[in-house]
Design a protein around this ligand. Structure first.
Ligand SMILES: Nc1ncnc2c1ncn2[C@@H]1O[C@H](COP(=O)(O)OP(=O)(O)OP(=O)(O)O)[C@@H](O)[C@H]1O
Length: 261
């Protein structure tokens, strides 16, 4: 379909310039459940070191999109190229390899309540990088906790931490495997505004440090404004519009405008 709207009137932005080489290219993705068409001709490309926020109403298909990118759902049609390799054509072994390059920050953090913070951080290392020695594991856990300013929580249980601290630990755990791409599912939902802004800042700081590329699902318009190099509006199954926060906010199209009120 030719309804995709590229909003081109670029305004000055304080965000860094992403490098133009794409790390994710999604072409004409189509996904339905029964008669319920969720994604219809959805296309999107994400450049290296770019933060793309996907904005859409509840039920628009944002989670379905993310699940397709990590191969948890198979689209009915279309391609998802991650570093040039089509995720939709991969078997489980190939997917497992591809997923080591893709970090995922779950909305509910997905930390293990029965493990200490340190054990939660060690878990992905021991699972994916089995050849690491104790000293290396220690060093990486320390670095991960320093990155999020929570070295003192190492021996604490997740239940002893606040929502903002849990989000930081979840972010540290996502980053510990040094993924090149991070997918964030509503990273600031459920946090108070001040903590939410701290998480935005941390996401940006760590992105600069590790040079990651990201797709971020968010309803939090402050988060969208702070983090997005580019905003993509997922509407009616497709990429309805895309542009900087400022250009979309200035749009006179009521379908775009409704998100910025
Ligand atoms: N496994 C599934 N089987 C059937 N329908 C599904 C499945 N997964 C998602 N859906 C449907 O797909 C649609 C999009 O769901 P999705 O979770 O992607 O929405 P969303 O945009 O992430 O919404 P929210 O912002 O509320 O999380 C919904 O109508 C949902 O019921």
């Amino acid at each position: 379909m030719d309804m995709d709207k590229e909003i081109t009137a670029v305004q000055p932005t304080q965000h860094h310039q992403p490098i133009s080489e794409p790390v994710i290219v999604i072409e004409n993705l189509y996904k339905k459940f029964g008669d319920n068409v969720i994604l219809e001709n959805f296309s999107l490309s994400v450049k290296r070191e770019e933060n793309v926020v996907v904005l859409g109403k509840s039920g628009a298909g944002k989670s379905v999109l993310i699940k397709c990118i990590i191969g948890l759902l198979k689209p009915d049609k279309g391609k998802i190229l991650v570093f040039g390799e089509d995720i939709t054509m991969m078997d489980e072994d190939e997917l497992a390899t591809a997923r080591t390059k893709i970090g995922f920050l779950f909305q509910a953090n997905a930390l293990y309540d029965s493990m200490t913070v340190r054990e939660n951080l060690e878990f992905p290392l021991r699972r994916h990088w089995t050849s690491l020695g104790e000293a290396e594991v220690d060093k990486m856990v320390k670095e991960a906790l320093e990155n999020v300013g929570l070295t003192h929580t190492s021996d604490m249980m997740p239940t002893e931490l606040s929502g903002g601290m849990l989000k930081r630990i979840a972010l540290a755990r996502t980053l510990i495997l040094k993924p090149e791409i991070i997918l964030y599912d509503e990273p600031t939902t459920g946090l108070d505004p001040i903590t939410a802004r701290e998480i935005d800042q941390l996401i940006l700081t760590l992105q600069k440090k590790y040079k990651t590329s990201s797709i971020i699902i968010s309803h939090d318009m402050n988060c969208v404004r702070n983090i997005a190099d580019r905003v993509v509006l997922l509407l009616e199954g497709m990429c309805y519009a895309q542009g900087t926060y400022e250009t979309l906010e200035a749009s006179s199209d009521p379908k775009i405008n409704q998100f910025f009120k």
